[in-house]
Design a protein around this ligand. Structure first.
Ligand code: NI
Length: 196
């Protein structure tokens, strides 16, 4: 997205701040059309880009409303992730399809220098509005499905560490040294099998 003077990089709440434990409220159609919410969406995107995030929920910039943005494009934090075009989710509802799970190594802009394995659904239906209020009704798979589940968890006051196996916690340096190669091999096979 091109820079425009109205956009702003916001501060990202860090784990321990109570806002991350709130349950975000739904946004009405009237609110979504308002300059304030459209500005919030622009700021979310700008902040996600600045922090090299794969996604960011409004609650992470201290706005407890049910809006999240997702984008993966040559991401230095997650170079193995397949690309996801910029997606704005308003009032998203996720419905697992089937019961297959996979182990996803996750990190979070609200949790400095930590990753951990989280069980996520492989197949997922995503229903939401986009930033213009148009309906989204999509099916996503694999790593992409993992990213959607991570972001929507934020809207319910959950952080990936709640769901992770604590014995798998790793700093980013130790992830690269000891876990990255096996994980990338495993998820590359998953993406080849199920798509994204
Ligand atoms: Ni996160």
């Amino acid at each position: 997205m091109r820079y425009s003077p109205g956009m702003a990089i916001r501060k990202i709440a860090q784990i321990g701040h109570p806002v991350l434990r709130q349950v975000a409220r739904e946004v009405t159609r009237e609110e979504l059309a308002s300059p304030a919410i459209q500005q919030l969406i622009a700021d979310l995107i700008e902040t996600m880009h600045d922090a090299d995030g794969a996604g960011l929920a409004a609650i992470q910039i201290y706005e407890p409303v049910r809006i999240a943005v997702i984008e993966v494009r040559n991401n230095p934090r997650y170079p193995y992730k397949p690309p996801i075009p910029l997606t704005v989710l308003v009032n998203p509802v996720l419905t697992p399809i089937g019961d297959e799970l996979f182990d996803n190594y996750e990190g979070c802009l609200s949790v400095p220098n930590l990753r951990g394995l989280v069980k996520r659904h492989v197949h997922l239906r995503v229903q939401a509005w986009d930033r213009a209020g148009a309906p989204i009704d999509d099916v996503v798979h694999g790593l992409k499905a993992g990213t959607f589940q991570h972001e929507v968890d934020h809207l319910d006051g959950k952080v990936f560490v709640d769901r992770a196996d604590p014995s798998t916690f790793t700093t980013w340096t130790e992830f690269d040294r000891h876990h990255r190669a096996a994980f990338v091999e495993r998820v590359t096979a998953l993406v080849a099998r199920v798509g994204s």
